[in-house]
Design a protein around this ligand. Structure first.
Ligand code: GGG
Length: 359
């Protein structure tokens, strides 16, 4: 069988992105040859450091190469400054927009390990499907003098929260497809529990307060998920139960919920994501650039390694993804080599090598 050859862009970005993206590359290079895959790589620039060096946080060349050459990509992390820097804008948001990556898919799963206690009694296994292109992240903000202040010193800052039916429909639709796929996999492996007898999508919103924006998200998502091909799914709204399967959320709530869920499975260093749209798939750990541990060689590579799996899953390579997920789970379940975020002393390199040996 001729090997399927895939070109992967590598965009480490800032901070520990430069330590975990090489781990992701090594995993791809070490996949068993029986999968019939071969990979070539192209290094690409983006991030705040890139902005300081070149004046562009997301160089045109990076976007062009991703669009024209790459089947997939891995993106590390960015440390955007917390105060406004003239000419700078987050490359993550820009990249998702310019490549039409409208969904950020964030699986969050507990693996029981002797190395660290599970923060929850019941193991977690859910996917957050975060809308990637709008909501408050359209970044249309303004600051102006507060007209009620006679001194003219007080200010008011405003940001637009934009929700469209088009974006709400497509994010709900992909969430429904993911729930159907998870359901099928559970049926095939017999791994369902009494809670997971049926695939489920929970629509997250605050339409009781934001009746127009979140109201539009809610009604459109409901409509999208009432298409006949989603009949097998249970559709919930809001947070009503202890059990979640797939959660679909507008951009901001999706971001916050996934950080919360990361705490429930042990560390943000474990949680992967993939940016999905109509073309390229970009795997991306949910964590940021972690300047406090940058350069120490102890960043947890698992979020990135799992992101390689999620990227492959959405590139229609579920067998390759499964090999990676199983190797990561086995390493965690043994628990001999874990990084400091999980209470251990292992290095990025040791954890990566331990996972590679299990592929
Ligand atoms: N890999 C996710 C990541 O880098 N998160 C940090 C983050 O959200 N940064 C936003 C930004 O710096 O633009």
């Amino acid at each position: 069988m001729a090997a399927r050859s895939l070109r992967i862009g590598l965009i480490p970005g800032d901070g520990i992105g430069r330590e975990v993206i090489p781990a992701g590359k090594k995993i791809l290079e070490s996949l068993p040859s029986s999968l019939g895959l071969s990979f070539s790589f192209v290094d690409l620039d983006a991030g705040f450091d890139c902005f300081k060096r070149t004046g562009a946080a997301l160089p045109d060349k990076t976007v062009k190469t991703l669009k024209e050459e790459c089947d997939g990509a891995l993106f590390g992390a960015v440390s955007s400054p917390t105060t406004k820097v003239a000419g700078y804008s987050s490359p993550i948001v820009a990249m998702r927009k310019s490549l039409g990556l409208y969904a950020n898919v964030r699986p969050c799963k507990t693996v029981l390990s002797p190395a660290f206690a599970s923060p929850t009694k019941t193991p977690i296994d859910l996917v957050i499907v975060r809308e990637n292109t709008e909501d408050l992240y359209v970044k249309e903000e303004k600051t102006y003098p507060d007209p009620s202040d006679p001194t003219g010193k007080a200010q008011i800052a405003e940001a637009i929260k934009r929700i469209s039916s088009k974006a709400s429909w497509r994010i709900a639709d992909i969430a429904g497809q993911i729930a159907l796929r998870r359901d099928k996999m559970r049926q095939a492996s017999g791994s369902g529990t009494s809670h997971t007898k049926q695939g489920m999508v929970t629509i997250t919103h605050k339409s009781n307060v934001l009746s127009q924006t979140d109201g539009l998200f809610r009604s459109t998502a409901r409509e999208a998920l009432s298409q006949p091909h989603f009949n097998a799914l249970k559709i919930e709204e809001q947070i009503v139960d202890k059990y979640y399967d797939v959660i679909v959320a507008p951009n901001l709530y999706g971001d916050l919920l996934s950080d919360g869920s990361a705490a429930l499975v042990g560390s943000l260093g474990l949680v992967p994501s993939a940016n999905v749209g109509e073309g390229i798939i970009i795997g991306e750990p949910c964590h940021g650039s972690a300047p406090d541990i940058e350069g120490k060689g102890v960043a947890n590579p698992i979020a990135t390694i799992r992101s390689v799996g999620v990227m492959l899953e959405f590139m229609d390579l579920p067998d390759a993804a499964e090999v990676i997920y199983k190797a990561v789970d086995a390493s965690l379940a043994e628990g001999k080599l874990v990084t400091p975020d999980l209470g251990g002393t292992a290095t990025t390199q040791q954890v990566t090598d331990d996972i590679i040996k299990r592929l």
